[in-house]
Design a protein around this ligand. Structure first.
Ligand code: DC
Length: 219
């Protein structure tokens, strides 16, 4: 049986960075599950559809091809908002569940051809719904203001025009939708380590996660 690590939390809390470092450290295969929702939402809006229309969104999720996950447009805020909308639709979540569970159970080989020691999945409902039996669960958070600031700086670094107040508003809107939906809302599993990164840098968050995982003697 291979090891499964689940990382959940709201947008821009530091999940992605932490997942990448753990992926490398423990030689795991990583799945950024937000990309599945982004690709579904993007497919709908770029075809002129309504991401809140359950039939259209579910059809897009069912037709998803893994090659679509590398589309750079998925990083845009438009894709993030579309993702947050399609992800509230139960049929979309159901359509994407098998792919995620299969990845966790049969992690693909690493880029260097070596077998993976396990899988690491990051998202909103990995520890609660997708992999409730994961070997280690982390719930990464930070205040909305800090997360909006990180996102704002990232947009500026990418040379994109951004207004902090607007980024904060979008962040709060997405948080409310992700936490308030009835289908697998953003939530911490009871047995997850809660990691508030508001006053931590990436190294400190990584060290705290390592302590928690190493104490489980999984590897
Ligand atoms: O992590 P992200 O910003 O790429 O996620 C985009 C949206 O996808 C997010 O607003 C909610 C949704 N999502 C989800 O509902 N469940 C997941 N496991 C991952 C993402």
């Amino acid at each position: 049986m291979s090891i499964v690590i689940a990382i959940d939390g709201p947008a821009a809390a530091g999940k992605g960075t932490l997942a990448r470092r753990l992926e490398e450290h423990f030689k795991l295969s990583k799945l950024d599950t937000g990309l599945l929702y982004r690709a579904t939402g993007w497919k709908v809006v770029s075809g002129g559809g309504d991401p809140e229309d359950p039939d259209v969104a579910e059809a897009a999720a069912c037709a998803l091809d893994p090659v679509e996950l590398s589309n750079p447009d998925l990083r845009s805020d438009a894709a993030a908002q579309a993702a947050s909308k399609v992800s509230a639709i139960p049929g979309v979540r159901a359509a994407l569940l098998d792919f995620q569970r299969n990845f966790a159970k049969n992690p693909p080989v690493l880029a260097n051809g070596e077998p993976a020691q396990g899988a690491i999945l990051d998202g909103r409902d990995i520890g609660t719904t997708v992999c409730p039996d994961a070997d280690a669960k982390l719930f990464v958070t930070a205040s909305a203001e800090i997360r909006a600031k990180r996102r704002f700086l990232e947009l500026q670094e990418r040379g994109l025009d951004a207004i902090y107040a607007r980024v904060l508003e979008d962040m709060k809107e997405r948080d409310a939708r992700d936490s308030g939906r009835s289908a697998s809302p953003l939530a911490a599993a009871d047995d997850a380590l809660q990691l508030d990164t508001s006053n931590m840098d990436a190294d400190q968050a990584f060290a705290a996660a390592l302590d928690f995982i190493n104490a489980k003697n999984l590897f």
